[in-house]
Design a binder for this molecule. Structure first.
Ligand code: SF4
Length: 338
């Protein structure tokens, strides 16, 4: 028997939800009430980067709809087996910016800590699906070196927790890491890039809120929400707790073919984000990662979409349409290319 709270929400811990996640295509199709035989020729069993989808996320997928925009983000399609010219394993050349194990230093003033090598969900379009996480495990020695690196560079004012998903770590570990970083005078801000509060809203625990509010760093959280259907009541409750505890909520989405690459979906997403206290921040053109070309949107279509968003939304709800280029000192706005 699954325990429930009074409001009917499953009272399963986030750790259990992580452990119970679906990890193969057959289970995913069955859980979403799709007929495996009918879609067999369109899907594949991934050779690497396995399926991983937790149940709180599955619950938001419309049963029996193989084109559901949430399902499309996590189901492995046949196109994943194709090799596409121009798509690379490390299109952003992150391994060149991997200055120490566990640290990526791409942009001035900010460093990214790779805290953890897994996520609660495996998004098929992930730009880090080929990242060498095995070289970025946070052993005690590597952690000491990473902290020394931040201490020595007084231009670093912001530390970014990334991964994988940093919130797969325990609150005890995250509280300790945050405490050590907050003791470095020149670090003022902490940014957490995570999909956890959306994928498994139970992750917003009292312990998490505890260390987030205790730190003297100014905290922002960048959520990765690509479609308005990812926001349900439980997610809304989790996000409200973060907002009430002074965590600034931002969102960055990826423009994904078959998920959100039309104006209606993006307008609804921006409005829904704002209703949940989240500022739409970036809309990324997809990084050209090998085996993900089927999610990419042609440049011309992206330009047209941007114009439609500008025409239909107030400026503060239009995310900046950007893409990343290796060795550039910031993201590149789409408006700079034709
Ligand atoms: S949550 Fe982010 S890092 Fe993790 S698989 Fe999805 S896109 Fe990749």
């Amino acid at each position: 028997m699954i325990p429930r709270t009074e409001s009917g929400v499953h009272a399963i811990s986030w750790q259990k939800e992580l452990a119970n996640a679906i990890t193969n295509v057959e289970q995913l199709l069955a859980a979403t009430k799709n007929d495996a035989a009918a879609v067999q020729q369109h899907i594949c069993t991934p050779a690497q980067f396995p399926i991983r989808v937790p149940f709180p996320y599955i619950k938001r997928i419309v049963p029996g709809d193989i084109n559901d925009p949430l399902l499309r983000q996590v189901l492995s399609y046949r196109e994943e087996t194709l090799t596409t010219p121009g798509y690379l394993h490390d299109p952003l050349q992150e391994t060149n910016s991997n200055v120490k194990p566990g640290i990526i230093h791409k942009y001035k003033g900010r460093v990214l800590l790779v805290l953890g090598s897994t996520c609660a969900i495996n998004c098929r379009y992930c730009f880090r699906r080929h990242f060498p996480y095995q070289n970025n495990q946070n052993s005690t020695l590597q952690w000491t070196q990473a902290l020394d690196y931040i201490r020595r560079d007084s231009s670093i004012s912001e530390v970014i927790y990334s991964g994988g998903d940093p919130l797969v770590n325990s609150d005890k570990k995250l509280a300790s890491v945050t405490q050590q970083i907050s003791e470095i005078d020149h670090v003022k801000r902490l940014r957490i890039h995570t999909r956890m509060p959306v994928v498994i809203p139970q992750r917003v625990t009292d312990e998490l809120l505890g260390w987030l509010t205790e730190t003297n760093l100014k905290v922002s959280m960048v959520l990765h929400i690509n479609h308005a259907n990812e926001l349900d009541t439980e997610v809304a409750e989790a996000l409200a707790k973060l907002s009430m505890n002074n965590v600034i909520l931002l969102n960055q989405s990826v423009l994904l073919q078959g998920v959100n690459n039309h104006a209606d979906a993006l307008v609804t997403l921006s409005e829904s984000l704002f209703d949940h206290g989240i500022i739409p921040y970036y809309l990324h053109l997809m990084d050209k990662v090998q085996h993900t070309a089927h999610y990419d949107t042609p440049l011309q279509s992206a330009h047209i979409l941007e114009q439609e968003l500008l025409a239909r939304l107030p400026g503060y709800l239009v995310p900046k349409l950007v893409f990343e280029e290796p060795a550039k000192n910031s993201k590149t706005p789409l408006t700079t290319i034709t």
